[in-house]
Design a protein around this ligand. Structure first.
Ligand SMILES: Cc1cc2nc3c(=O)[nH]c(=O)nc-3n(C[C@H](O)[C@H](O)[C@H](O)COP(=O)(O)OP(=O)(O)OC[C@H]3O[C@@H](n4cnc5c(N)ncnc54)[C@H](O)[C@@H]3O)c2cc1C
Ligand code: FES
Length: 287
């Protein structure tokens, strides 16, 4: 019988490796959990063994994760999580996520040795021009997890990176180790008011004056995105923003994730899951 309606999930470590099919870049895979630790009271770091297709993920792309239910009820819909780190030599991918609701509370119960069901890699990630010698990353909250693998992109291109990492307090500054290994980190905090837009704008303008800002990348805060967009427009600096939008299918057909963009003065509706989640900074309207 040749009527195959859907592929069975790829089981990492068990399924026969299949030849890469460029027409189908994403798959459902069952991935052994290697480690899963709290990094602070709000965030967990999850490391899984990944399939060859999952390892082809690029910074800014995401996986739609089937989270176990944290209670007796059923948990509807997968939850999107962007890749935090890609370790191709070890065959592993990593996530850093904040526990905010039932999905992520359920995900937090997964233990080393369990199989995690993921679909991906999905969406369009960040792009990097070889001509960029120094980039600036500005993010906040869960956006820092999404921006983190840009540290890998910068290292691959031999480019310098300055990461301005915004958080409520110093214990919530994420990805400082990854950015610190390849560039410099400027934490800006609510606790000492250094995260105020005026101060972040001074830092950005200082980096531009020092010729350390060939491109801008941002995620996780509307006010910081608006700031970066304004300064980038004024200075003619290219920029990209990763949008976080509530999703259902993560694949394009349901239109749950539609947002408004502005292209050449005209409003356009786009699906964040399939036309993003990374967009041109000047086309993003904010939220
Ligand atoms: C492309 C993409 C990549 C993401 N990457 C990461 C990541 O690397 N790390 C991380 O911690 N989170 C990430 N998120 C957010 C993550 O998907 C949500 O936090 C998660 O789905 C919440 O599920 P829940 O059931 O725990 O919470 P829910 O009960 O669904 O929601 C709890 C709270 O979280 C908010 N929330 C729900 N979905 C989202 C969402 N998509 N974006 C922002 N807030 C949301 C809700 O408004 C509510 O306030 C990403 C989201 C997208 C769209
Ligand atoms: S989440 Fe279904 S179309 Fe984007």
């Amino acid at each position: 019988m040749n009527d195959v309606f859907a592929a069975a999930p790829f089981v990492v470590g068990k399924s026969e490796p299949v030849a890469a099919d460029a027409r189908i870049p994403a798959e459902e895979a069952l991935c052994p959990v290697i480690s899963h630790e709290w990094v602070n009271p709000e965030y967990k770091h999850l490391v899984i063994d990944a399939s060859a297709k999952a390892l082809a993920v690029t910074p800014g792309q995401f996986f739609n994760i089937l989270c176990p239910s944290p209670d007796a009820g059923e948990l509807w819909l997968r939850r999107p999580q962007s890749v935090y780190r890609i370790d191709r030599p070890a065959g592993r991918i990593e996530f850093l996520y904040k526990c905010v609701g039932r999905g992520t509370r359920g995900l937090a119960t997964v233990k080393p040795g369990d199989l995690l069901n993921i679909v991906g890699p999905l969406g369009i990630g960040f792009h990097f021009e070889p001509a960029w010698r120094n980039i600036v990353v500005l993010g906040r909250g869960v956006g820092l997890a999404t921006l983190a693998p840009i540290s890998q992109l910068a290292a691959e291109h031999g480019a310098g990176v300055t990461a301005i990492l915004s958080a409520r307090s110093s214990d919530l500054v994420m990805a400082a180790d990854l950015f610190g290994a390849v560039g410099s980190v400027i934490p800006v905090l609510d606790s000492d008011r250094s995260s105020d837009v005026g101060n972040v704008e001074s830092i950005l303008r200082g980096l531009i004056a020092a010729r350390c800002a060939d491109a801008f990348f941002t995620c996780g805060s509307n006010r910081l995105m608006q700031l970066m967009k304004r300064v980038a427009k004024e200075q003619g600096i290219p920029g990209q923003v990763a949008m976080e939008q509530v999703m259902a299918c993560g694949l394009g057909p349901c239109y749950v994730c539609v947002r408004t963009f502005e292209v050449n003065g005209r409003k356009e509706l786009r699906r964040v899951c399939i036309e993003g989640p990374v967009f041109d900074l000047q086309e993003a309207v904010g939220w």
